[in-house]
Design a protein around this ligand. Structure first.
Ligand code: FAD
Length: 530
């Protein structure tokens, strides 16, 4: 019976996703209502203390059990609710009830900080901050991503060439550690833990709140679209723009073919007043508008630069309706004007609902027939990375945007200090970039045999060789040893022992390795003809 249900879910997935659109929309509406209620009438700050005390009580109870009966702890956020492509085996771990930590706790405009509980989403904090004239310094383009999830993982956006990854903007974490103690963790208090928490994926403690830097905003982003027609030129131009003294507030490029890209620079702007500029206002997030990457493509073959004024909220969530270009492989007609005008307001399908309807067969299919990767790589390797991605996957579009990676000296966390050739002279950071590759490799689209895991492992070899790192929300294909060569786990292991996390939480490698047996798939691929 179970198998029959799985078969039906697999066969009719497209239809199911379409049917889930309204459910996702309703769910979203309920969440918005809930946020609205909390912002207006919720007694969040007082309840936060009580909620944290309850989490400490659960952890202390766990701690009091005999060591041999204790299973590693994790949060009770359901695996289908997060944005990772993996399904963590939470049923094997001890879940701590804490997913009610979803409130914005307060903002301090003078200090330029906001304090949030970890499961506050990007959409929610952005709705809270924009009317107050501010936004997070690192505001991801996906509404459903949580601030705690980003802080424990990566958090990299098109403003990161100015501020670095999200964790560089964290002023303080509040963490419940293995014995149930509540710690305030800052650069000065528990500095080693502070620097090991990013990229730790909840394997050092349970995050119960965090305080982050915010920045003042203007109502519009003045967006320039620059078509470029050689790989060398768009790589050079991105590098120069990212380190320029007058670097734009936002910077990214969408690569449509190896030699063809559109670079986008964005700067905060007031509402345009001149009639010629007012005609350039584009609220591109409206339901009937083309998907952003399709809109950008229209500038590829225009002569010279084009410009638009995009309302800030529309800019921030520009990739949201098509989840970059992921949705095109699920709802192929989603960008058709008729669909957009009639049903575009239901988009995007919530990632949670997509995961919820993922059967083992669908997961196996996405694992072996699709690629979802964001990879942080040094700028010096940009053209080689595009060559490697082209050679291995031949998939477009590809996303590029720069980010600082800082050198924290002896307190360097899981990312190694930038190599000499990647450092920006006279600074304590190197300039890196995100290579976002999402979709179906061209050989698979053409019905040719393709060894996805082999290709992914080659990409990982390249990443390791040039000193880069894949985001760990996506599937990894490394052995434990290879993982240890790529990431610097020295501080991490030290902190794990120091705070008792080695006895209380899964190891990072075990937490982020795919639940699918990568090496069995690798062996199967090896036995298949090329
Ligand atoms: C198509 C696509 C494109 C993406 N592009 C980008 C991008 O450009 N930049 C970027 O930064 N990210 C990007 N992401 C990744 C996304 O930001 C991550 O999935 C991120 O981790 C946030 O997701 P989440 O809120 O579901 O976190 P989760 O997956 O829930 O959390 C991340 C990790 O932290 C742990 N954790 C979460 N909360 C706590 C807590 N309170 N205490 C202890 N541990 C905790 C979780 O167990 C998990 O291991 C992209 C994702 C997709 C699907």
């Amino acid at each position: 019976m179970k198998q029959l249900v799985f078969d039906l879910l697999t066969r009719f997935r497209g239809v199911i996703l379409l049917c889930l659109l309204p459910v996702g929309y309703l769910f979203d509406a309920v969440m918005r209502l809930r946020n609205f209620y909390y912002e207006r009438w919720g007694a969040a700050p007082e309840q936060h203390g009580l909620r944290v005390a309850e989490i400490q009580r659960q952890v202390r109870r766990w701690y009091a059990q005999p060591a041999e009966t204790r299973r590693p702890m994790c949060t009770d956020r359901r695996t289908w609710q997060n944005l990772s492509t993996r399904f963590e085996p939470k049923h094997e771990w001890h879940k701590i009830r804490m997913s009610g930590l979803r409130d914005v706790l307060g903002v301090d405009l003078e200090r330029g900080t906001v304090r949030v509980e970890p499961f506050v989403t990007v959409g929610s904090v952005t709705r809270y901050l924009l009317p107050r004239g501010h936004m997070l310094q690192v505001t991801l383009e996906i509404e459903d991503a949580t601030i705690g999830g980003l802080a424990m993982a990566v958090g990299m956006t098109t403003h990161s060439h100015k501020v670095g990854l999200l964790y560089e903007t964290v002023v303080a974490y509040e963490v419940v550690v293995a014995d149930g103690s509540l710690l305030r963790v800052t650069r000065d208090e528990h500095p080693e833990l502070f620097h090991a928490l990013p990229w730790s994926h909840g394997t050092l403690g349970l995050l119960v709140s965090l305080e982050l830097k915010i920045m003042p905003v203007k109502p519009f982003v003045h967006l320039r679209y620059i078509p470029v027609h050689t790989q060398q030129q768009y790589c050079d131009q991105l590098r120069e723009l990212s380190v320029a003294a007058d670097a734009p507030d936002f910077l990214e490029a969408t690569v449509y073919a190896k030699d063809h890209a559109v670079i986008m620079t964005g700067d905060f702007a007031d509402a345009p007043t001149a009639p010629a500029d007012r005609r350039k206002i584009n609220p591109l997030g409206r339901w009937y508008k083309p998907w952003f990457f399709k809109h950008v493509e229209t500038f590829l073959w225009k002569d010279g630069e084009s410009e638009e004024y995009v309302p800030l909220r529309h800019y921030l969530m520009r990739h949201n309706r098509s989840i970059f270009w992921v949705v095109q492989h699920m709802i192929s007609f989603g960008n058709h004007p008729v669909f957009r005008w009639l049903l575009g307001w239901l988009m995007p399908p919530r990632i949670q609902f997509i995961k919820f309807s993922t059967t083992p067969a669908v997961r196996e299919m996405t694992f072996t027939k699709q690629v979802f990767q964001d990879i942080v790589l040094p700028m010096s390797a940009m053209s080689r990375a595009i060559d490697a991605s082209h050679r291995l996957f031949e998939m477009y579009p590809v996303l590029l945007y720069p980010s600082r990676i800082y050198d924290h000296g002896p307190l360097q966390g899981q990312l190694r200090a930038p190599r000499e050739q990647d450092r920006v002279p006279g600074t304590d950071f190197g300039m890196y970039f995100d290579l976002g590759v999402y979709g179906v490799p061209l050989p698979i689209l053409h019905g040719k045999p393709f060894k996805t895991v082999h290709a992914m492992r080659k990409m990982e070899d390249f990443t390791r060789e040039v000193g880069g790192y894949p985001f760990l929300y996506a599937d990894t294909f490394m052995t434990r040893e290879e993982f240890g060569q790529m990431f610097n786990l020295d501080l991490y292991e030290k902190v794990r022992a120091q705070y008792g996390a080695d006895q209380a939480f899964p190891h990072l490698y075990d937490k982020i390795k795919p639940e699918v047996d990568v090496f069995a798939v690798l062996a199967r691929e090896a036995s298949e003809p090329d």
